[in-house]
Design a binder for this molecule. Structure first.
Ligand SMILES: Cc1cc2nc3c(=O)[nH]c(=O)nc-3n(C[C@H](O)[C@H](O)[C@H](O)COP(=O)(O)OP(=O)(O)OC[C@H]3O[C@@H](n4cnc5c(N)ncnc54)[C@H](O)[C@@H]3O)c2cc1C
Length: 440
């Protein structure tokens, strides 16, 4: 939708957004991936009065079922119990569960060692919601669900809209965007700019926000595999000398038992695995993974993702917040990236809503005077999130090297760690609650 369209729109949100001939909104979110779309839904849920505009570079097809956004590719996402609660609050869980496979048990094993550990929804009740430790949903199914839910809100989704530059102002931010290369530049003024444009964010660079990075020199190879028998809701984490791998339960399709594979390896191994014919790849996978999920029958096309840890050095400024991969991009081994982002988005939306509700109680009808971009408010959000972020980022950064090392001392340590998880109830429940996003 162009700026003119926004301004023409009679009686709707856009009309209220026009001040002095420029489009004005309360919150502009740049990037409509998993982070941006989720935040838009949470803002609209917690604060209906807020004018929210979501700008996404890629166009949205007529039917949201065929979304071509990077977030909603062939990966699957393990959604922790804490995130299920957030989706429940949004009223989305009943739709999500149709496409998701519940995780009832997580089984951790270390290749070459017999000792393993497991978390079980029936035993580790404190880490589960509705008898599940979490659920797995294919990103290609999650995207359309989020966008269909957005259609039921007053969020203004503007796509295709590529934001090319941003200027921070005393009142918030001014964005320049185009619907396509060569099209006229449009302007949007906002009280709060939320950058959700993914890892290696050009907008953050433009704003002078640096990142701390650790290159893992590893890749995640992702595909869907067909299994001979039912996975019974078990998610497998297996640590090998080349890196961790995960096999996550997926719902059956056309009678086929399926699971999502995430296999981390170095660049050389990635090339080798990607060049194998399917039957050989499956044979090799079976050999490395073992038989704990039964016979692996087939594998789909492999997609590779380079892995690094990237954490923005600032996540809030006056009029500005960062969410999703541009704030923190994690190793996917423990399936924490989106779950951490969803918790960030939930707290950000609630913090803004609290400020707005206070204003309403003081008889102001909109988000008028105190802006969602106020520094105090954004710093309060950041203080709230720091602890969880540090724990989760530390956890996903330290586990992979520990578990892929051939060093004997580290090997003894991780076996002791697995033993501790098996035998010490408080350690086990603390670990489970953190992994499930229910620790806070
Ligand atoms: C292999 C792998 C497996 C994973 N598995 C899990 C898991 O099981 N559980 C879990 O919790 N997390 C998992 N994650 C993490 C999860 O995928 C990320 O948290 C999620 O993708 C965050 O997406 P995002 O919206 O921040 O970024 P992106 O998906 O990159 O979205 C950014 C969006 O911004 C748009 N954009 C960019 N620039 C502009 C611009 N200038 N103007 C307008 N729009 C713009 C892009 O088009 C895109 O749609 C995994 C990650 C990987 C790599």
């Amino acid at each position: 939708m162009s700026e003119q369209d926004l301004m023409k729109n009679d009686g709707g949100v856009a009309d209220a957004n026009v001040t002095h001939g420029e489009v004005q909104t309360d919150v502009a979110i740049v990037g409509g991936g998993m982070a941006g779309a989720s935040l838009a839904l949470l803002l609209s849920h917690h604060c209906r009065a807020l004018r929210v505009c979501l700008l996404e570079r890629h166009g949205l097809p007529e039917s949201s079922a065929s979304l071509q956004l990077p977030s909603f590719d062939t990966r699957a996402t393990a959604i922790a119990a804490g995130s299920l609660r957030i989706f429940e609050t949004l009223g989305l869980w009943s739709q999500l569960r149709e496409f998701a496979a519940p995780i009832r048990r997580v089984q951790v094993s270390d290749r070459g060692h017999s000792l393993g550990a497991s978390l079980d929804a029936a035993i580790d009740g404190a880490a589960s919601v509705n008898g599940m430790l979490g659920a797995v949903i294919e990103n290609a199914a999650l995207g359309p669900l989020l966008y269909r839910a957005l259609e039921q809100t007053s969020v203004e989704v503007v796509a295709p809209a590529e934001v090319s530059s941003v200027q921070m102002t005393a009142a918030g931010a001014v964005l320049n965007w185009r619907s396509e290369p060569g099209a006229a530049a449009q302007t949007l003024r906002t009280r709060l700019l939320v950058v959700a444009d993914g890892v290696a964010s050009p907008l953050c660079r433009q704003l002078g926000i640096g990142v701390s990075e650790v290159d893992y020199h590893q890749h995640a190879l992702v595909t869907t595999v067909g299994l001979q028998r039912d996975h019974n809701g078990v998610a497998f984490e297996r640590f090998t000398e080349n890196g961790p791998m995960a096999l996550l339960p997926l719902p059956r399709r056309d009678g086929t038992h399926r699971a999502a594979l995430v296999w981390t390896c170095d660049g050389e191994e990635r090339e080798r695995l990607a060049s194998l014919p399917e039957a050989e790849f499956v044979r090799h996978l079976q050999q490395v993974f073992g038989w704990r999920a039964g016979r692996i029958l087939r594998a789909g096309q492999l997609q590779g993702y380079p892995l690094k840890l990237s954490v923005a050095r600032e996540q809030v400024r006056r009029g500005l917040a960062l969410v999703g991969n541009c704030a923190h991009f994690l190793h996917p081994v423990a399936g924490q990236g989106f779950n951490l982002t969803l918790r960030d988005c939930d707290v950000l939306a609630r913090t803004i809503a609290r400020a707005v509700t206070r204003e309403e109680a003081e008889n102001r009808s909109d988000c008028g005077q105190s802006s969602p971009g106020e520094l105090d408010l954004l710093q309060a959000y950041w203080r709230d999130r720091q602890h969880d972020q540090q724990l989760t980022i530390g956890f996903s950064d330290r586990i992979p090297p520990l578990f892929s090392s051939r060093n004997l001392l580290l090997s003894a340590l991780r076996q002791a760690g697995l033993l501790g998880l098996t035998l010490v109830p408080s350690l086990r429940s603390g670990f489970a609650r953190q992994a499930a996003g229910l620790a806070l």
